[in-house]
Design a protein. Structure first.
Length: 262
C-alpha cells in the first residue's frame, strides 16, 4: 500500500488574529502544531500499514519552521516527509493549497493501491474544502468524515458519521479519505522514536520544484479574497426588568419601541 498523509501546520491557540489589511493569518505570532484531525489521519495510515504493509509519506505546505511538525509525523511512524515551502505561498486559500498538494502528490508518482489521507477539516480555517478539492484535482473517489476504514484487496470501505447518521461507504483504490477525531486515538511517540525522527532527512520543495509560478499561488492564484476583517463590537449587558407583569410588559414595549425607531 502507498499511503500519503497531508499534514497541516496550524496555530497552537484558537484565539488567532488576522492582519486587518491583508486578511492573512498572523502565523508568526503563534507556535505551530500539527492539525489535530491530520494526526488522526496519520494514525489511521499507521494502523492500516500494520495490517497491509506499505509506505507512509507525509506532506506539508508550511513556512520554513514547518519541518518541526514533520519530525512529529516521522516520530509517530511515517516513513518519509516532504516539506513544501516558499515565500510565494503566503496568502494561499484552500483552493491553492489543494493545487499545490496535488502537484506534490503527482510528483511522487502514480500508484494503483494509493490512499491519500487527511483530516476532515483544519482547526484554523475549518473550511473542509481541501480534501474534496484535492480529490477532484487528482481524479480520485472521495470518502469523507470517516471513522473505521477497512481495505479488502482493491476496495476500501468505511463508516461515515455525519449529521448524526451512520453511512457505509466504499470505493475502489486509489482513493482519497478524510478522517475525523472519532476514528482513533493518535499514538504518542517515545523518546527513542523522537530521537530517530530528528536524524531522518526531510525533502524540501519550492513552487518551482512543483512546476508552479507565483501567478498560480498566494494571493494572485487564490480565487477567494478576504475583503474585510473586523472584530464585533461588544454588546451592552442584559437589562433586567422587575415588577408586576403589567409593569414589565409596559417597560419592554417602551424599550422595543426605542430600539425599532431609534
Amino acid at each position: 500500500m502507498d499511503f500519503i498523509v497531508c499534514w497541516k501546520q496550524v496555530p497552537e491557540t484558537a484565539a488567532v488574529k488576522l492582519n486587518s489589511g491583508t486578511g492573512v493569518l498572523m502565523r508568526a505570532q503563534y507556535q505551530g502544531i500539527a492539525n489535530p484531525e491530520d494526526r488522526h489521519a496519520l494514525e489511521m495510515a499507521i494502523q492500516l500499514k500494520a495490517r497491509h504493509g506499505g509506505t507512509i509519506r507525509v506532506l506539508t505546505m508550511a513556512p520554513e519552521n514547518g519541518g518541526e511538525i514533520l519530525r512529529q509525523a516521522l516520530a509517530m511512524g511515517a516513513d518519509e516527509a516532504y516539506h513544501i515551502t516558499d515565500p510565494q505561498l503566503r496568502g494561499s486559500d484552500a483552493t491553492v493549497t489543494a493545487r499545490v498538494l496535488a502537484k506534490a502528490i503527482r510528483k511522487l508518482g502514480e500508484s494503483p493501491d494509493r490512499l491519500v489521507m487527511l483530516g476532515r477539516r483544519s482547526s484554523d480555517g475549518a473550511t473542509g474544502m481541501v480534501g474534496p478539492a484535492l480529490s477532484l484535482l487528482l481524479d480520485l473517489p472521495l470518502l469523507t468524515a470517516l471513522g473505521q476504514v477497512v481495505i479488502d484487496q482493491e476496495r476500501v470501505s468505511a463508516e461515515q458519521w455525519l449529521a448524526g447518521k451512520l453511512r457505509q461507504l466504499a470505493a475502489m483504490l486509489p482513493a482519497l479519505l478524510t478522517i475525523t477525531r472519532q476514528a482513533n486515538t493518535p499514538r504518542l511517540p517515545n523518546a527513542m522514536q523522537v530521537m530517530k525522527a530528528a536524524r531522518k532527512p526531510l525533502v524540501v520543495w519550492s513552487i518551482a520544484d512543483l512546476g508552479l509560478t507565483p501567478a498560480n499561488v498566494g494571493h494572485d492564484g487564490s480565487p477567494t479574497r478576504v475583503v474585510r476583517v473586523f472584530y464585533p463590537e461588544k454588546r451592552p449587558k442584559a437589562e433586567i426588568f422587575t415588577g408586576d407583569p403589567e409593569q414589565v410588559v409596559a417597560a419592554l414595549n417602551t424599550r422595543l419601541g426605542r430600539f425599532l425607531h431609534g
